[in-house]
Design a protein. Structure first.
Lengths: 198, 714
């Protein structure tokens, strides 16, 4: 057994152990869908392939409004507001909070319009309770949510519950709504769509 | 022999003044032993008040179906006299000007034979109708009779010898004893000396059913002066107060007797006058065809009974059996600026509630001590209103027409139940000081006015009407009106009243004084006048203050903050707006807004004036009526402790009458929670001007390129 093989084996064991621990810690494990089918387990002569684990959210898929967008990891801007995506076709995941599928509320925002016209969340308001929202992770797995609530809040609102810790895994999608205020250069309200694990 | 004994007993009972149930009619007005003189009852075509009140006494009677009405008069058989009856609902129109058809439901002439329907003596007048068949009331007159076909209120006209549509003064003996032939012959003209309307269960019954006969006004005629009369009447107000009215020596010639809630009306045709009406020297002043100052008669509205009214009649008139004591509450003055403050010359509105319908009386005192409603420097507001919440408008003037000056004033108000006016139209003389008005059924059993249940009011002084006219012309407001021998005491205590059983208001002479010319030297005080006397049952007095200010500017502040929960360390903008709600411009206006700890001042931007961040004073300066000024203050939020930032009006002239809007605050709470993202861009519609501008630029650029390309090569 070469040193290289030994090192690979140790790495695989560590990765498997991490994966098992992660699963044990999750009180409401997300339903994971393998985006690319694994090889058949009927071939037992080979050693089991250890999947690469990377829960970083990579794409947001909302079939009801034909959204399939890349996810940017963003934090806060200089005014301590949620940073928006750099590309109007993409969405921004608040990377200082939990990942989608982790305990707590994951926050994703996207533009409602752009200088050129529609943006990624132009039709977010059309979502209805029960619609599916899927977050595909970097490892190819998808976490599936169902829309449970919609509400609008004042644009200036600070909503502690969005960032509060919780054993539940929820997802909140945010975009602008209301009317355009030329003084503040902002729409007057925000649309918050909440989804829970399917 | 047996009949003779019965007649003797009946006459003795009458002479003894026993509890005999009289028939209703002239014998009630002039009962056995009545002092003074008799007045004939009129049915004629001319009028008082310029056609308002026709000189005809329309008698009314409440009959149950099947009951019989027995009728007689001293004029039946003379000329074209008659006694007419109309079934319920046939006589229509306003009281005093009713539509009375010449075709009645019943005519005595169409029934009578022999002496039927004739009252031929004082004895017959006092005894009333005999029964049919005769003999039930020995000595009574032989009546015409009408059986009521239905239950209701019937109308009766006693027409004199001159006929239904005549206008003949006639010769009136004016003797209570009916001893003169003119009491029974055609000389009665358009009047009759004696009449009777008696209700019985049947023709054969000798028992009278009392309290059924009444009228809304009596047109009477003595044919001269020096002939005082003493009838007693019983009035019932629409709110159930019952008054006994004894004319007590009234000495008119021809006149009306009636009662209503408002007496005479001021020049607006609605406000009770609480003074006397004085005829203008036009038309027929003795009948007040034209009245000075735009004053008019209010129509009669309360039934006058000839004996105490029966409960069944009161019920048939829709009047409750007992009155309810009035209660006035919640009196407030609503100024035209705010609260109870009005700008001078503007007046305002009083609001109150009452538990019953009636008449409000609001007195604004000039000095807070004298609440005399007739004081020229005070202001009295009076009028009839329904029960419940009501408002009364005040024009800001005193009784003399001058505006109340700047100051604070006290208001006394009370509500009148049972308000009863007893106007005396063209009553030349009343040397006894009558009438005596007695409240018979005060709520709670006690009459609150100064003289108890015989209290009332009068005011025989010159006055100014709402249209500014002084009545009588040339007189001085407050002096007694024109006419010979006015009352020595020219008005009753305006708050407490006077005793109507006294002689306080006696006026005129023992005879004469009927000049029929206003203020004629030979006319007695009551000649060509309508003299009012009124009374009421007052509520307790309620109080309310009010303020009159010279000028005012109601500066109101509002304040907003750009973000009430900003991130700690970020900036927010407070916007303070000062609005002048008027009515005057304000000058030297200052608003103070010192940035509190927890916030750090960054910058300020006033729309006018200057802001000193050290003192927090914003010198706004002048702000016109209706104008706005704004101040924007940018601050940094230092922590998560909630901070209230308050702006307050701190100076300015004139006074601000409304302190409730003189400060405004905004609460800012710094937050460590992230704020929401700004995901939007301006709507495309807002970008069209930019797009158009870019298009023009591009077009120009393309044109230049085109020109350069088409230029000839160098």
């Amino acid at each position: 057994m070469s040193r290289r093989f030994v090192a690979a084996g140790i790495g695989a064991v560590i990765a498997l152990g991490f994966y098992m621990i992660l699963g044990a810690l999750s009180p409401a494990p997300a339903r994971l869908i393998v985006a690319s089918p694994m090889e058949s387990s009927a071939i037992t002569l080979h050693a089991p392939r250890i999947p690469v684990i990377d829960p970083t959210p990579a794409r947001l898929v909302i079939p009801a409004i034909s959204v399939d967008a890349a996810i940017e990891a963003r934090g806060l801007d200089s005014a301590r507001n949620l940073a928006t995506p750099k590309d109007y076709r993409e969405v921004a995941w608040y990377s200082l909070g939990p990942r989608p599928g982790d305990p707590g509320n994951a926050v994703i925002n996207g533009h409602v319009n752009w200088w050129t016209g529609d943006a990624v969340f132009t039709h977010l308001s059309r979502l209805r309770v029960g619609d599916e929202v899927r977050v595909v992770r970097a490892d190819g797995h998808a976490v599936v949510f169902k829309v449970s609530n919609k509400r609008t809040v004042d644009a200036n609102a600070r909503i502690p519950s969005l960032f509060a810790s919780s054993p539940e895994s929820t997802l909140t999608l945010i975009t602008c709504s209301g009317t355009w205020n030329p003084v503040t250069q902002s729409d007057t309200q925000r649309l918050l769509v909440t989804a829970t694990l399917a | 022999m047996r009949h003779g004994l019965a007649a003797t007993v009946a006459l003795l009972v009458f002479l003894a003044g026993g509890q005999v149930v009289h028939a209703a009619g002239s014998q009630d007005l002039w009962p056995n032993g009545a002092p003074g003189n008799r007045a004939n009852t009129e049915w004629r075509t001319d009028s008082y008040g310029g056609g308002l009140l026709v000189r005809r006494t329309l008698v009314k009677v409440f009959l149950q179906s099947g009951e019989v009405l027995l009728l007689g008069s001293s004029a039946i058989g003379q000329g074209t006299s008659d006694i007419l009856v109309w079934n319920p609902g046939l006589v229509t129109g306003l009281i005093g000007g009713e539509n009375v058809s010449a075709v009645p439901s019943f005519s005595c002439n169409s029934q009578r034979s022999g002496a039927q329907g004739q009252i031929t003596s004082r004895s017959e007048e006092l005894l009333g109708p005999d029964t049919i068949p005769a003999g039930g009331v020995v000595g009574g007159y032989v009546p015409c009779h009408y059986a009521a076909p239905s239950t209701g209120i019937y109308d009766i006209a006693f027409v004199g010898p001159s006929g239904f549509s005549a206008n003949t003064d006639g010769t009136v003996a004016a003797d209570v004893a009916l001893a003169n032939p003119t009491d029974f012959n055609a000389a009665q003209g358009s009047s009759i000396a004696a009449w009777d309307a008696t209700v019985r269960a049947s023709l054969a019954s000798p028992a009278n059913i009392p309290g059924r006969v009444f009228t809304y006004y009596l047109a009477l005629f003595t044919g001269g002066n020096g002939l005082p009369v003493y009838p007693t009447l019983y009035a019932v107000t629409s709110d159930s107060y019952r008054y006994q009215v004894n004319l007590r020596g009234m000495d008119p010639n021809g006149w009306l007797v009636y009662g209503n809630q408002r007496g005479f009306l001021d020049s607006d045709g609605a406000t009770p006058l609480y003074h006397d009406a004085v005829a203008a020297n036009l038309g027929s002043p003795g009948q007040l065809t034209n009245i000075q100052g735009g004053v008019s008669f209010d129509r009669p509205s309360f039934p006058l009974f000839f004996e105490p009214p029966a409960a069944a009649t009161i019920a048939a008139l829709g009047i409750a059996p007992v009155p309810t004591a009035p209660v006035m509450a919640g009196l407030v003055f609503i100024g035209n600026l705010s609260g109870n403050t009005s700008l001078v010359n503007n007046g305002g509105t009083f609001a109150y509630t009452s538990n019953v319908p009636g008449v409000y009386e609001i007195v604004i005192s000039r000095d807070g001590l004298n609440f005399d409603p007739t004081n020229p420097n005070n202001r009295v507001l009076r009028g009839a209103r329904p029960a419940g919440a009501q408002t009364v408008t005040w024009d800001g003037r005193d009784n003399s027409g001058a505006f109340f000056p700047v100051g604070s004033y006290q208001v006394h108000a009370r509500f009148h139940g049972g308000e009863y006016h007893f106007p005396m139209i063209d009553v030349e003389n009343d040397t006894q000081g009558g009438p005596t008005i007695t409240l018979l059924n005060p709520p709670g059993g006690t009459c609150p006015l100064i003289a108890g249940c015989t209290s009332a009011f009068y005011d025989d002084r010159a006055y100014r009407t709402l249209n500014g006219t002084v009545v009588d012309a040339g007189n001085t407001v407050g002096n007694v009106l024109c006419g010979n021998s006015p009352p020595v005491t020219t008005f009753a205590d305006p708050i407490n009243g006077f005793d109507t059983s006294s002689t306080q208001r006696h006026y005129g002479a023992a005879s004469g004084g009927n000049a029929n010319v206003p203020c004629d030297p030979t006319g007695s005080f009551g000649d060509t006048k309508g003299l009012d006397m009124w009374t009421f049952f007052p509520s307790s007095t309620v109080l309310a203050p009010l303020n009159i200010v010279a000028a005012a500017a109601d500066v109101g502040l509002t304040k907003t903050v750009s973000d009430p929960t900003p991130a700690v360390g970020s900036n927010v903008t407070f916007t303070i707006t000062a609005h002048n709600g008027g009515p005057n411009a304000t000058t030297a206006l200052q608003v103070t807004d010192l940035v509190p700890s927890g916030l750090t001042f960054v910058s300020a931007a006033p729309s006018q004036g200057t802001y000193n961040a050290g003192t927090g004073v914003w010198d706004v300066g002048v702000l016109a009526n209706g104008a706005n000024a704004t101040l924007q203050i940018v601050v940094t939020v230092n922590g998560t402790t909630p901070v209230t930032n308050t702006a307050t009006r701190s100076a300015g002239t004139p006074v601000d009458p409304n302190p409730s809007n003189d400060s405004a605050s905004s609460l800012v709470t710094g937050s460590t929670v992230p704020g929401l993202p700004n995901n939007g861009v301006p709507p495309l519609t807002l970008l069209w001007p930019v797009a158009a501008f870019l298009l023009i630029l591009l077009s120009g650029f393309a044109a230049r390129r085109l020109r350069s390309r088409s230029a000839p090569p160098r």
